[in-house]
Design a protein around this ligand. Structure first.
Ligand code: C5P
Length: 285
């Protein structure tokens, strides 16, 4: 079994639209211990397919984990079949990188199973063919991600810190959020340098106060629950709280496990998808 860890955006900035339909981004990413279980087996069917515990997820090439297997086999020059069992815990369409993380876990598992021996950088390169967040998810940790999300620079790793994640019961469309940002001229920007400096200083209060996601500026009234969850996390003692990626999951960083557990229990009365987890470091590949 290969764990596929969720990611958080400590900050997210959209620098501008590109001619290829994507946007240049600047984000500080962090992995947490909340994970899906990905089990990969090789067979002689010659096809790649997935099986999941979420009936609404696709099992064929529409599933990014299956696409990752196809891209890997092609690059490695292999013709075998791949079966992928996904036991999902990470909420879907939440901005937590669940699909990207499953895809990255498939790349790591196939690298081991087939003995292909790709380096971490080569797996990240393959990941970029599958989705924008997949390169980061190959090894995770605390990283600055730029370009489409594939240009990765290590920053000072975050210490282990409790995190509460809460996903309200509505998805937000990723392309739609990018359109809304495009239509806006002036906006606040996250202090990415300040976040990196806070990490280097080990000052988690300073870091949490600087967390910022530009997509929060373009949420509509209908998505007001995001702000309400943030307030509840802050009232519950979070050092800071912000929406992750294109949402709709919100997370809070906590200084101690007791206040995090209390905040999680209170939110869990109203939201089915609430998690108490903690930050984790980068994988060695
Ligand atoms: O690469 P991925 O499949 O995760 O992207 C999903 C959608 O998010 C893209 O089709 C695009 O609309 C938007 N996106 C973007 N710029 C990025 C990443 C994603 O515009 N850097």
């Amino acid at each position: 079994m290969e764990p596929a860890w969720a990611k958080l955006n400590l900050s997210l900035d959209v620098l501008g639209a590109r001619s290829d339909g994507f946007h240049d981004l600047r984000m500080v990413m962090q992995s947490v211990d909340l994970h899906d279980d990905v089990t990969v087996t090789l067979d002689d069917t010659g096809t790649c397919r997935a099986e999941t515990n979420r009936s609404y997820l696709p099992c064929g090439a529409d599933n990014v984990a299956v696409r990752a297997a196809q891209v890997f086999l092609k690059r490695a020059g292999l013709t075998c079949g791949v079966h992928i069992r996904l036991h999902k815990r990470i909420p879907v369409c939440a901005g937590l990188g669940g699909g990207s993380s499953d895809a990255a876990a498939v790349l790591r598992a196939l690298n081991r199973l087939t003995g292909a021996g790709f380096t971490c950088a080569q797996l990240e390169e393959l990941g970029a063919l599958v989705g924008s967040d997949v390169p980061y998810c190959v090894a995770g940790g605390t990283m600055l991600a730029e370009g489409r999300g594939e240009r990765l620079t290590p920053v000072t790793p975050m210490p282990r810190l409790p995190v509460v994640i809460c996903k309200p019961d509505f998805p937000i469309s990723t392309p739609e959020l990018f359109h809304r940002v495009d239509a806006r001229t002036s906006r606040c920007r996250p202090d990415t340098e300040g976040i990196c400096a806070a990490l280097a200083d080990g000052d988690m209060g300073k870091l949490a106060r600087r967390m910022y996601n530009v997509f929060e500026d373009v949420l509509t009234h209908r998505e007001g629950e995001i702000a309400a969850i943030k307030s509840r996390l802050l009232d519950g003692g979070a050092l800071g709280a912000v929406m992750s990626g294109t949402g709709s999951a919100v997370f809070g960083l906590f200084a101690d496990a007791d206040s995090a557990a209390y905040a999680k229990r209170r939110l869990a009365r109203d939201y089915a998808e609430c998690f108490l987890t903690e930050t984790i470091g980068r994988l060695k590949i």
